[in-house]
Design a protein around this ligand. Sequence first.
Ligand code: SF4
Length: 366
Amino acid sequence: MNSQQNLGIYVHIPYCKQKCNYCDFYSLADPKTALDYAQQASKTIVQAAKELPYKVDTVYFGGGTPNMMPKEGLAFIMRSIRESFAVSSCAEITCEINPGEGYPTSVEDLADLGVNRLSVGLQSAVEGELAVLGRRHTPDDVKALIHRAQAAGIHNYSVDLMWGIPHQTVTSALQSLERALSLNPTHISAYMLKIEEGTPFGKTLPPLPDEDAVCDIYETCCYALERAGYPRYEISNFAKAGYESRHNLKYWNCENTLGIGPAAHSLVDGKRFYYPRDLHGFMNGDPPIDDGTGGDFTEYAMLQLRLASGLQQQDCMQRFGHPIPRDLLVKAKPMIDHGLMTYDGNALCLTIKGNLVSNEVLAMIL
Ligand code: SF4
């Protein structure tokens, strides 16, 4: 069975204890509808399965804060996936988890449900930086959570960091990175802080590091991660060999992914659709919104160029029946001359410097 016949399922759990100051993800503070939501998500999964005869090889619970959903809700959703789809025996089943006290579902519960990969939000190991972000945990909470995960048999876990956050310097970013590495994760995600409209940071801009400092943080940390055995495989993602996120690779490879829940997006058989950011609409059974076609050459090229492996001749031939178009390589030439891209006759890639201006580079060549 090739990857086009496989399916990744994303389940959005739209609840958080409290909004972090930078976050634009769709989530609500009141989890009292959580069990009803789990029922509706399950119903949607069962319905979707009738039209999708695919084998599920990745499941990803994201949010929001999935551990805000009681165990029985997550179990209900997991059971509906297992009963309505063929699920690969080696499926990657990831759950995002927030450290700290007061969440209804524990890491032991997640292990019990078959979760075999965690994504844990550390963001920073500097308490002052965490406070400005509005995070409610300490670095020690993350350490305790990971020890419990290991004891429960989950050894595959990713730690999230954030770069470009208020007051961050190269020194403090390296301090957070050291702390993350000391947890011996298989994977590290490190996203740049983006100021989103409508968030507390969007309303009152915090004191951000300047552009040069952010570039320094990114470059320094990329090299430090590489030296530590976590090469960059995507602009913001680093992993030990063999531990790249199989689910997220589906997005960058334009493979089939079904998103369940408000704000969840799907790409199935070249069609994109999504559920609006509206919990009540989803609970009422409103159908997803058609979002046109997906996975054409331009979109595929943009997503492949996020990967360190880049846009490859062989993949283009296989997927589109033609090599990388000549005019694209001609447009990429000045980027290569400026050290923003490389081309070795097979793969066109962004360099670390190129990643820092990836939107501009992609807009120029595609
Ligand atoms: S960053 Fe995570 S925990 Fe914070 S509000 Fe957003 S989804 Fe919730």
